[in-house]
Design a protein around this ligand. Structure first.
Ligand code: 8DG
Ligand code: MN
Ligand code: MN
Length: 371
């Protein structure tokens, strides 16, 4: 269990972070307003409405121009009456009654706070809220609350992992993982994926995602455990959850949208030393520690599924959802992180370009997949 003074240290941290998260400046962008509504319906477990607002928000994010009046959005898909009404209010007055009411709602604020902890999802947050808990100190002091290992680490490193990761830090982590991978096997393939592969303008992410595999079939699982072992030996591993592969080569992809896939993967918290980062650590200079904790995800598909995993892990989540829906509805094909099927025929791919070609789509660059 976590030492008590450690917990209080991170509590102090989290209150500072929290304060700034809740007293936001007035919302100016309709896409952010719609995202708030999506989130509140996610907390209320009304997935249909959540998805509708998320789609509307994505459509606005994907526009190359800023929306100035409702007429600018004529003919755009996925904008329902409700979304349009919120947009109109914001465009006219700079405010939305519904969004502001949501933001100041105690339950919304509390669930937002609880789910900001690594390892705490909407279900746990809801349970804590129903139990009368409203703050981190309530949770940590409550008798009978069992925090799993992931949540314990989430509280322990809350200050660091809720602070954005800079591009320079992502690069430094890339070098660190690369070193570890090479030490395990020289023929490994390592690629940056997730948000840092998509961003062009945007400089920050919430974690750093990598795909790692090897050309030697069947060796990819040992690769992950090898990397984990090495980081541990170097004293750089602050938390590790390792999921062995449950990937079944012959299974058809699921019709349901599944965010999780069956490849071997691990969710880590890694210690990043300041000296490795060009220009220093982002936002951590003040406390003089010289290191910060960073969330890192590694996924390890077999080489012949590399392109599917890369496409799936590059995101965004909304983009993946739409691409799968397109495959299903327009092409009668099934796409997921593992595979692409036309009826019962597997369509092989060595690059993302192959997959887009199978789908009869022009290649979409990672930076075009942000919405
Ligand atoms: P961010 O970290 O900068 O906030 O953005 P992101 O990189 O797009 O988000 P992410 O939460 O790190 O997820 C990256 C992609 O990985 C996203 O498109 C969803 C995808 N993904 C899967 N399977 C899994 C999984 O099992 N766990 C997680 N955490 N992400 C997964 O396809
Ligand atoms: Mn990410
Ligand atoms: Mn991730």
């Amino acid at each position: 269990l976590i030492e008590v003074d450690h917990l209080f240290f991170c509590l102090v941290h989290s209150c500072i972070v929290l304060g700034s998260a809740i007293t936001r400046p007035p919302l100016l962008f309709p896409q952010d307003a719609l995202e708030v509504l999506a989130e509140s319906y996610e907390f209320k477990e009304i997935p249909g409405r959540c998805l509708a607002f998320r789609r509307a928000s994505s459509v606005l994010k994907s526009l190359p121009w800023a929306v100035r009046c409702l007429r600018d959005t004529e003919g755009l898909p996925c904008l329902g009456e409700h979304s349009k009404a919120v947009m109109e209010e914001i465009l006219q007055s700079g405010h939305s009654f519904e969004v502001e009411k949501t933001l100041s709602d105690e339950k919304y604020q509390t669930l937002k706070l609880f789910t900001s902890v690594f390892g705490v999802g909407p279900k746990t947050a809801e349970k804590w809220y129903r139990g009368g808990l409203r703050s981190f100190s309530d949770v940590l002091a409550a008798p009978g609350i069992h925090l799993n290992r992931m949540q314990q680490s989430g509280f322990l490193h809350y200050g660091d992992i809720s602070r954005a990761v800079s591009k320079a830090e992502a690069r430094a982590l890339g070098n660190l993982i690369d070193e570890a991978v090479r030490a395990v096997t020289p023929d490994a393939v390592l690629a940056l994926t997730g948000g840092f592969r998509r961003y062009r303008g945007k400089e920050f992410g919430h974690d750093v995602d990598f795909i790692v595999t090897t050309r030697e079939p069947g060796k990819e699982e040992k690769l992950l455990t090898g990397i984990i072992e090495r980081l541990k030996q170097q004293g750089l591993l602050l938390y590790c959850e390792y999921n062995a592969s449950t990937f079944d080569m012959v299974k058809l992809p699921s019709h349901q949208f599944e965010a999780m896939d069956h490849f071997a993967k691990c969710f880590l918290i890694v210690r990043l030393e300041g000296g490795r980062v060009e220009g220093g650590l982002h936002g951590a200079e003040g406390d003089g520690r010289g290191w910060r904790a960073v969330r890192v995800d590694l996924v390890s598909p077999p080489m012949d599924r590399y392109a599917f995993a890369l496409l799936g892990w590059t995101g965004s989540r909304q983009f993946e959802r739409d691409l799968r829906r397109f495959a299903r509805a327009e092409r009668r094909m099934l796409l997921d992180n593992h595979t692409l099927y036309d009826k019962t025929k597997f369509l092989a791919a060595t690059t993302e370009k192959d997959i887009f070609a199978h789908l009869g789509l022009e290649y979409i660059e990672p930076w075009q997949r942000n919405a």
